[in-house]
Design a protein around this ligand. Structure first.
Ligand code: SF4
Length: 454
């Protein structure tokens, strides 16, 4: 099984990204995140609640820092001159602290894995970070240097209608995510208590994000993000609307963005009332559609998302994925799950189902966020996540799915399939498939350059 450190002592960035999703990060007093970092924006069902960081060469990640369970994270962010570093450091008052380099590695492993550290924690909203740590480097181990991507200037620009652009859309890695449409109707007024239990979207809209955005607000924000941040991909998402007419909801805004910029566009929405509408999305130039069904276990599906179960049901989600992947011809179709909400075997089954139907799995790590019904649950253990993510990579490669093709699309909220390579037992396998993907990426990059307008 993969470990945090490679045999040569350097950090395995894939393991680090995954483990940070599971454990979060504390912030040393030396850090100047108010100056150096992007604002922490709680959006995307609450998953984007963390600090945007780049690990390794270009592995974007959104690391949990404010949730109660981050208060005991062994990981500490430190500023060293102009550089930011992650260390494995002392946790609270623990008497057995991680060893300095060359010291007691057994203690270090014990701390990394410690599954009982949440039992005595205050899980209330009062126990809220970022949690400041004072790192004693003599009792800690250096993990890796990281980059804190600066906040783009356009975040603080206003649209012509006077709205702050970061409340219209925000960067999640290198792409622009925009929520479009009314508040998910699982949150009311008639859907009370039907929201998904990991989700806080109903609390974010109107507080963290503009509840009402015009098409002009969106187009201006996309153009600003393209100009400064060189985005290539705009990802729209939404929650349930009673009519399930997502074509009606999205057609005008997507057309406006496509006409103005020619950027790649993705849509994430519940299954449309009429699957024939997906052909219209394709004609409009939509490149990707994705469907979040979270779990393959039918009982868990109903338990986790009662509104989702009543309004659509697992079967409808799977049918939508199958239809879009096999009857429409989008560039890519994704089925999205959350690992940590069901058994490892069930998550693997979901990955197998998605890949065998020609779609690409998107695998999130369950993040218990403030305000969610599941906000007081423990986050998953990395030991349980490793087999899922290693299976994810293996499955995608075996099926030869087109991953990593779009130019400059790095995602901070999830492990991209190609990022999971070093979580497997044989990272150098699938050489031919990787070469094919590289060739496809090069060709698609050239096509994108020739067709993009903005
Ligand atoms: S469908 Fe569920 S996850 Fe999506 S916005 Fe609604 S409540 Fe949240």
């Amino acid at each position: 099984m993969a470990t945090l450190f490679r045999p040569d002592g350097t950090a395995n960035p894939a393991y680090l990204k995954l483990d940070l999703y599971c454990k979060g990060l504390r912030i040393d007093a030396s850090c100047e995140l108010g100056e150096d970092a992007r604002d922490i924006i709680r959006n995307r069902a609450g998953l984007g609640s963390g600090l945007e960081v780049i690990i390794g060469r270009d592995m974007y990640t959104n690391i949990p820092v404010v949730e109660w369970w981050c208060s005991v994270s062994p990981y500490v962010l430190v500023k060293n001159g102009e550089r930011y570093e992650i260390w494995l450091g002392n946790v609270g008052q623990a008497s057995s602290l991680p060893a300095a380099e060359g010291g007691d590695k057994t203690e270090l492993s014990r701390l990394e894995a410690c599954p009982t550290r949440y039992t005595s924690l205050d899980r209330s909203a009062k126990n809220r970070g970022p949690f400041v740590a004072t790192l004693d480097k003599s009792r800690a181990r250096f993990v890796d240097t990281v980059v804190i991507p600066p906040e783009p200037l356009w975040y603080k620009q206003k649209t012509t209608s006077g709205k702050l652009m970061q409340r219209i859309g925000c960067l999640q890695g290198t792409y622009l995510g925009i929520y479009w449409g009314p508040r998910c109707q699982n949150w009311g007024p008639r859907g009370e208590n039907e929201f998904c239990k990991f989700c806080t979207e109903g609390q974010n809209l109107g507080t963290q994000e503009e509840a009402v955005k015009s098409i002009a607000d969106v187009v201006e924000t996309v153009i600003a993000a393209r100009k400064e941040s060189k985005i290539t991909f705009v990802h729209f998402n939404t929650g349930f609307i009673d009519s399930n007419d997502y074509w009606g909801l999205f057609a005008d805004v997507i057309k406006a963005v496509k006409d103005a910029t020619g950027l790649l566009v993705g849509v994430q929405a519940p299954p449309d009332a009429d699957f024939e509408n997906y052909r219209k999305f394709k004609e409009l130039g939509v490149n990707n559609v994705s469907f979040c069904f979270e779990v393959m276990d039918e009982e868990r599906f109903v338990e986790i998302g009662p509104g989702k179960a009543r309004r659509a049901g697992l079967k409808r989600y799977l049918e939508a994925i199958d239809f879009c992947a096999n009857k429409v011809g989008f560039d890519t179709v994704n089925g999205e799950i959350i690992a940590g909400l069901e058994s490892t075997e069930s998550s693997k089954r979901a990955i197998d189902w998605i890949a065998s139907h020609g779609a690409i799995p998107t695998v999130c790590v369950f993040r218990p966020v403030f305000g969610a019904a599941y906000g007081q649950l423990d986050p998953p253990a990395v030991e349980d996540m490793l087999p899922v993510f290693s299976h994810f990579y293996e499955t995608v490669m075996k099926h030869g799915l087109p991953i990593g093709i779009a130019p400059n699309v790095k995602v901070s909220l999830i492990m991209l399939p190609e990022e999971c390579r070093e979580l497997t037992a044989a990272p150098n396998a699938y050489k031919l498939t990787r070469t094919k993907l590289w060739a496809l990426k090069t060709l698609f990059g050239a096509y994108f350059k020739a067709t993009v307008k903005a």
